[in-house]
Design a protein around this ligand. Structure first.
Ligand code: SF4
Length: 222
């Protein structure tokens, strides 16, 4: 990959109520390189009124882009895409945090590959990856949640943070990396094949019961 491509940004335009556009920066686990940051600062200099806002999903939005300058600003950023990859909340993990029991960055990359490989899904799949039980990555209330333990990963499925908030069902404890990814893959296939259109994983579990997904995940290992 050329340096130019690596430093450009994929952005998803989102129209706002006032007719301006937000450009959602599709970041890799929330990371902005110096070159990417320079692109953003250049745009804020040449386009007064544009601001940068952090989203809850570890992304950044460039807000206030006038419709008349949309194509120009998108070209300055990089490329336009219709949809960002699935949202992930990833904590700093064992690489950076003194409490971390497991490293989160590489695991999150592999998890994203599993999510992409098994889709499309009935509705959005949000994930949270946390390096320890404090769960700063919101793992307990995400469709897929990983919590780092001393000997591996606890794996949750079907959590949500909506008005019917609640933790997901525990698919396995202290699983190895391979076991973790395999269990998630099976749970996602179950969701893909049994979920109704626009039904989140938590609603699926309420409708079919936790045992249904546990059976599906366990039967596949026999
Ligand atoms: S979940 Fe644990 S490892 Fe991750 S940032 Fe929070 S305290 Fe640190």
């Amino acid at each position: 990959m050329s340096e130019e491509v690596a430093e450009s940004l994929a952005v998803m335009p989102v129209q706002r109520k006032n007719g301006t556009y937000a450009l959602r920066l599709c970041l890799d686990q929330g990371l902005l390189t110096p070159a990417m940051t320079r692109r953003v600062l250049d745009i804020m200099e040449v386009c007064p009124g544009v601001s940068l806002r952090a989203t809850t999903g570890q992304r950044m939005n460039l807000e206030g882009v006038p419709e008349a300058r949309l194509d120009e600003i998108v070209a300055m950023m990089g490329t336009s895409i219709p949809k960002c990859p699935p949202g992930m909340s990833v904590c700093s993990g064992g690489e950076l945090c003194r409490f971390g029991k497991q490293a989160t960055r590489e695991m999150s990359e592999q998890l994203l590959s599993v999510i992409k490989a098994n889709g499309p899904y009935p509705f959005k799949v949000k994930t949270g990856v946390s390096g320890c039980g404090m769960a700063c990555g919101l793992s307990f209330v995400r469709d897929i949640g990983l919590v780092g333990r001393t000997e591996g990963w606890d794996v949750y499925f079907g959590g949500c943070a909506t008005s019917k908030a609640g933790p997901g069902v525990l698919l396995g404890q202290e699983l190895s990396r391979e076991e973790t990814l395999a269990a998630i893959g099976r749970a996602l296939v179950f969701y893909r094949e049994n979920g109704k259109k626009r039904e989140r994983t938590s609603a699926l579990l309420r409708r079919l019961g936790q045992d249904a997904v546990l059976r599906a995940v366990r039967q596949a290992t026999v």
